[in-house]
Ligand binder design. Structure first.
Ligand SMILES: NC(=O)c1ccc[n+]([C@@H]2O[C@H](COP(=O)([O-])OP(=O)(O)OC[C@H]3O[C@@H](n4cnc5c(N)ncnc54)[C@H](OP(=O)(O)O)[C@@H]3O)[C@@H](O)[C@H]2O)c1
Length: 303
């Protein structure tokens, strides 16, 4: 397998850290761009990883960092923005991919792996999904014989350090016996972090993946209520999960938009109107038997 010189954007996040570990283990040389290098010094234990602090939206900085790299991986994404205009989502999900394409062209990069989201579409109800679609379209427009693009569209991703099961576990631990759950009927097909990073790593040199977009889901579909009740069981707490009807779910989202850290928002509520499940099985090209929630979650949620 070829050793690549990779520039990793979003390498300090939940997915990025695991992907960096996997790529480093395979001997690839990795530069991670971050806004806050000192916060992520733990990544420097990985032998082939370097952290560079800077603003990825700045064209000169991006071009400089891509110079001499053969591959760029873009994982940057946000679940919520400051305000509600959609500007923050557009900047992170649609404008940044355009900037990456431009800088890659100038720097001579010839491979891009791009993180999108399941059911990203121009017609989707949320800013999150609409802007993810714009970014995905932009990177695939750039595909040419000297520049190959693959994008990935996962359902929710689980594993140690995730922001999904861990967030519910944190909230449930604080709950006073009753937990009001918005959108309890929303469906998900959670996919394991190690399965996700494996397909990124395996795509690097696989010509079959050039120009392709892959939906990534785990082996089983759950309603949100089932997942939250499973977390209750794992953390061994006595709490009753009360599913909210649609009107109250909307109201909860509208109120929590103003809570510190925006734990839930109207945009999140709108994303949940579309079931996050795959129409087909896991892409055969990767030859993976996907890992279930039940195999992994007890290992990091159980106390
Ligand atoms: N986690 C999931 O369940 C899931 C499901 C589907 C799709 N995805 C997508 O997968 C990607 C990675 O998700 P994740 O869970 O690993 O996210 P995460 O933990 O929140 O990490 C986000 C990363 O993006 C960077 N970032 C965030 N806002 C930025 C900004 N305004 N400018 C520059 N960099 C910014 C952060 O870098 P610094 O703070 O170091 O600068 C960080 O490395 C995202 O695109 C997400 O939409 C995730």
């Amino acid at each position: 397998m070829a050793r690549h010189k990779i520039c990793l954007l979003g390498g300090t996040g939940f997915v990025g850290k695991r992907l960096a570990a996997r790529l480093s283990e395979a001997g690839h040389d990795i530069v991670i761009l971050t806004r806050y290098a000192t916060r992520h010094r733990d990544l420097l234990v990985l032998p082939t990883v370097r952290l560079v602090e800077g603003d990825v939206h700045h064209a000169d900085f991006l071009r400089q960092q891509l110079k001499g790299r053969d591959t760029v991986i873009n994982l940057i994404g946000i679940l919520n923005e400051k305000g509600r205009s959609g500007k923050g989502f557009r900047r992170a999900h649609a404008e940044l991919p355009e900037k990456i394409i431009e800088a890659s062209r100038e720097a001579g990069v010839h491979r891009l792996l791009h993180m999108s989201a399941l059911h990203a579409a121009r017609t989707a109800p949320s800013h999150y999904l609409r802007t993810k679609a714009l970014g995905e379209e932009a990177v695939h427009r750039a595909e040419n014989p000297d520049f190959h693009v693959t994008s990935f569209r996962p359902s929710v991703i689980f594993g140690p350090g995730d922001g999904f099961l861990n967030r519910f576990a944190g909230l449930l631990r604080l709950a006073p016996g009753v937990f009001p759950l918005a959108c309890p009927g929303a469906r998900f097909q959670p996919v394991y972090i190690e399965d996700v990073v494996r397909v990124f790593a395996d795509s690097l040199d696989n010509h079959q993946t050039f120009g392709q977009r892959y939906d990534l889901c785990g082996p089983k579909i759950y309603r949100l209520r089932e997942i939250v009740e499973y977390v209750v069981k794992l953390i061994n707490k006595r709490v009753c999960v009360v599913g909210l009807p649609d009107g109250l779910s909307y109201l909860q989202a509208a109120m929590l938009e103003f809570a510190p850290g925006k734990p839930f928002s109207l945009d999140n509520y709108r994303s949940l109107q579309i079931d996050s499940i795959c129409e087909k099985g896991f892409p055969e090209v990767f030859g993976i038997t996907t890992t279930s929630l039940e195999e992994i979650a007890p290992g990091y949620l159980h106390r």
